[in-house]
Design a protein around this ligand. Structure first.
Ligand code: FAD
Length: 808
């Protein structure tokens, strides 16, 4: 066995083999895959081999599309058949709510280049004669759906990788991973040692055990999963004879079932409600090519629906039931990418749909390892979307929930209950008593809105029970003053002799003077956004960076990767140690003046000023800035005094019309200002010019900030698209995100976010459109749940376009 490698991939399942193939394809000649047994010895060998492009998340849908398109390529290079059957398929809706969801998927497919169409139950029956059309209200027909042979596919990746120069060592178990002083890895195996620059954890069922070798508990858990295969069915033979084709795939969401032909019979699998975790604490190394005992009782409720929806099954004999384990992350998406604090250690685990996603995972990871960037938007599968807060018990609760809801609808206003509350701020109980309806962001409870007694969210694609109350919260902010909890933001401090020059290189803006704040985009080498922050200069206290809470781990990883090695900069995440409150609205200054002895007049505390001020008996860092676009202040304090400051503000604000508001009202308010937000408008696929952030890019500053050359090129060439705000002429439905934007009869953009701007009484959508048409009068329209609504371009912010309120 070789003693050195650029990359060691641990695990020869479909994912590890895809990673190896992509490394070899992109020219890495020195990649070796180590498999403790034979290839496919984990989940891979007993998979049902189904694959489809459609996914609720557009970026995951893109990587599934890539994966399926790859199979011909690896077949050609390897000369190993993958057993590819591209049958096409139908996705079935038994309820109107599900049908609306299917319509939104077709709409998304329009800008992703995924071909699909809405059809009637009768047409679905013509395409897939085993279903009973009376059980469904509508369906979606997909073109690129099918199945393949899991073993053949894995071997095709492996052979293709070998042909391109990669090496595979079977029966070679990785037993220990030790990082050396030069950051390389000692990979200690059952057959000797390899020194590697990079190691990839593609350990599948053993991903946790491989994680333990580097001292990490990756948030993955295996669940048992069952599918049955019938004896040959005459109905199947009849369909094959009359169409000359296989029976096409079907997904019956309301039955929680998927179906496909298997030889002369059918395969039916289910994500049952009573899902069962497998090997909750550790996966035995002795587990190999084994199946688990079937537990038919668990899947009976789903099968009963299945036998009703597909009546031919009632007479079919069952040939076998397969029960096998495979792993999930808490939200069901893969865990891919570098892990903070472990240079050269990479994850490619938690891939629950290896045959739909494995190719995209391999592509992203290989590009990331070799080029320093995954090459496309991988946020939905980035391992950094989970921080240390994602404990083993949290993972267990979430994975069970995710499995049992695999085919359930998640409405845009629906918050899932498992694993909560986990992280709470000191005023959680007060907010709860005031009616707060919470959502969870990175494990932290965040107030969404404050419900009157007896009112709760009713889940829907349309405006719901919160509509009037959120409107009243917005009105309180625009006309009086509102109070909001802001703990969910990420907070970082930067200190040390090198702090200023380092920040100058990391961020695109000019550094603020002491006591001032600025908006601070951050770019990658390719000139695309990797963060947008508020940066405050706290004078002798160093710098404070405020950023997106859900991206805290992601940004920490980036900042830490770029820290100078000479110790001149100290970078700290304050996490829950610093908590926040914000007040906003025309009476916000009056309220602040009542709780502090400091001068907070417009001259003493200007827009974008930041000061440490006494508040009641305590003190807080007060920044004059507000994401509402109104006169407003953010108050940052240590956790221990948040309750005191909250009560002090509350008492002082009673006669000013003070009202609590939540993040739904905040969303409504920021839309009126066309303010974008991280992970929606600002993502690592957009340049600052495209995102309308160019005024925060100091193209001419002396510091060679990361991404400067590329940003200058974007500025000169103009970029491909522009972020725009639209007013949508809709009725009771607002955009959610990912809807297509039509220009005349062509889809020329997509929505990033939106909602109802209560202050203006208008439905707003923000999104990207092609640059050439970005300032055109249209005709524009936006497709929501299958209906096109006229839209018009909103060229200036709806609220206070001159910014008088926030500056006045
Ligand atoms: C019943 C069932 C049906 C399924 N149906 C589908 C389907 O229709 N479509 C679909 O896309 N997916 C399906 N899946 C899921 C699919 O099987 C997984 O997504 C996929 O197999 C994950 O592959 P992997 O490479 O990540 O992990 P694994 O297949 O678990 O591979 C990991 C490999 O790593 C090796 N390994 C681990 N630790 C070490 C070590 N220390 N040293 C050396 N080697 C090591 C193991 O031996 C193993 O071979 C199904 C799964 C099950 C159980």
């Amino acid at each position: 066995m070789q003693t050195h490698a650029q990359v060691v991939v641990i695990g020869g399942g479909v994912v590890g083999c895809s990673v190896l193939y992509h490394l070899a394809k992109f020219g890495c000649k020195d990649a070796v895959l180590l498999e403790r047994d034979e290839l496919t010895s984990g989940s891979t060998w007993h998979a049902a081999g189904g694959m489809h492009t459609i996914n609720g998340d557009p970026n995951v849908a893109k990587l599934q599309k890539y994966t399926i398109e790859l199979y011909r390529e690896i077949e050609e290079i390897s000369e190993q058949p993958t057993g590819l059957h591209l049958t096409g398929g139908v996705m079935l809706a038994a309820t109107e709510a599900r049908f609306e969801w299917l319509k939104s998927l077709v709409a998304k497919g329009r800008y992703l280049g995924i071909e699909s169409r809405i059809i009637t139950p009768e047409r679905a029956h013509e395409l897939m004669p085993l279903l009973d059309p009376a059980c469904f209200v509508g369906a979606l027909e997909t073109v690129v759906d099918g199945h393949l042979d899991p073993s053949g596919t894995t071997h095709a990746y492996a052979k293709a990788a070998r042909k391109l120069g990669a090496t595979i060592e079977r029966h070679t178990k990785v037993e220990e991973l030790v990082q050396c002083a030069d950051r390389s890895w000692r990979v200690i195996t059952s057959k000797g040692e390899i020194r590697a620059e990079h190691v990839v954890n593609a350990g599948g069922l053993w991903a946790r055990e491989v994680g333990h070798m580097v001292g990490r508990e990756h948030p993955v858990l295996a669940m048992e999963h069952m599918y049955l295969i019938t004896e040959d069915m005459p109905e199947v033979a009849a369909i094959n004879a009359s169409t000359g084709r296989e029976v096409i795939h079907a997904i019956d969401f309301d039955g929680e079932l998927y179906l496909r032909q298997e030889r002369g019979g059918m395969l039916m699998g289910t994500y049952e409600r009573a899902g069962k975790p497998w090997s909750e604490d550790s996966t035995p190394w002795t587990f190999g090519h084994e199946l688990l005992s079937p537990d038919i009782d668990r899947i009976v409720p789903s099968l009963e629906v299945g036998f009703r929806h597909f009546p031919a099954f009632q007479k079919a004999g069952i040939r076998k039931i397969v029960n096998g384990p495979f792993t999930f992350a808490p939200d069901g998406n893969p865990l891919v990418g570098p892990v903070r604090g472990l240079p050269g250690y990479w994850c490619a685990c938690g891939v629950m749909a290896g045959f739909s996603q494995g190719g995209g995972v391999g592509l992203a990871l290989a590009q990331w390892i070799l080029n320093g960037d995954p090459g496309f938007d991988v946020w939905a599968m980035d391992v950094a979307r989970f921080g240390d807060w994602a404990s083993k018990a949290y993972t267990n609760a979430k994975v069970r929930e995710n499995y049992s809801r695999r085919f359930s609808i998640r409405f845009p206003n629906e918050e899932l209950a498992a694993g909560r509350p986990l992280r709470t701020s000191p005023i959680y109980d007060r907010l709860k008593a005031a009616g707060a309806q919470f959502g969870a962001a990175a494990g932290l409870e965040v107030p969404l809105w404050f419900a009157p007694d007896g009112v709760t969210d009713s889940f829907s694609w349309h405006r719901s029970t919160d509509f009037a109350t959120v409107g009243a919260e917005v009105s309180a902010v625009r006309n009086h003053v509102g109070l909001m909890e802001t703990t969910s933001f990420a907070k970082y401090t930067v200190n040390g002799s090198g702090a200023a020059s380092w920040l100058d290189r990391m961020l695109t803006c000019r550094l603020p003077a002491p006591g001032r704040m600025v908006l601070a985009p951050m770019l990658k080498e390719d000139g695309r956004l990797i963060g947008d922050f508020s940066l405050a200069n706290l004078g002798t206290q160093g710098y404070l960076i405020i950023g997106s809470g859900v991206a805290e781990e992601y940004h920490l990883r980036w900042f830490q990767q770029h820290l100078p090695s000479d110790g001149s900069v100290s970078f700290t995440s304050l996490a829950g140690g610093m908590v926040g409150l914000a007040i906003a609205g025309p009476r916000a200054r009056d309220l602040l003046a009542r709780v502090t002895r400091a001068d907070v007049s417009n001259a003493a505390l200007r827009f974008m000023d930041i000061r440490q001020l006494p508040i009641g008996l305590a003190s807080a860092l007060v920044g004059r800035v507000s994401y509402t676009g109104d006169l407003g202040y953010e108050l940052w304090c240590e956790a221990g005094v948040q309750l005191h400051i909250y009560e002090t503000l509350w008492e002082a604000g009673r006669d000013l019309g003070l009202r609590l508001f939540g993040s739904r009202a905040l969303n409504s308010l920021r839309l009126e200002k066309s303010y974008g937000s991280w992970a929606r408008e600002y993502r690592p696929i957009y340049g600052p010019l495209e995102a309308g952030l160019e005024r925060f890019v100091a193209y001419d500053k002396a510091a060679a900030f990361v991404g400067k050359e590329a940003a200058c090129r974007e500025r000169d060439a103009g970029g491909l698209r522009r972020l725009r705000t639209f007013i949508v002429d809709t009725d009771r439905t607002d955009v959610i995100g990912d809807e297509p934007i039509w220009f005349g009869e062509q889809v020329r953009g997509w929505v990033t976010s939106g909602g109802y701007a209560h202050g203006s009484g208008l439905s707003v959508a923000m999104g990207y459109v092609e640059r050439e048409i970005a300032d055109s009068e249209g005709p524009w329209s936006i497709e929501i749940l299958g209906r096109r609504f006229p839209a018009r371009l909103q060229r200036v912010p709806l609220f206070d376009a001159e910014g008088r309120r926030q500056r006045g």
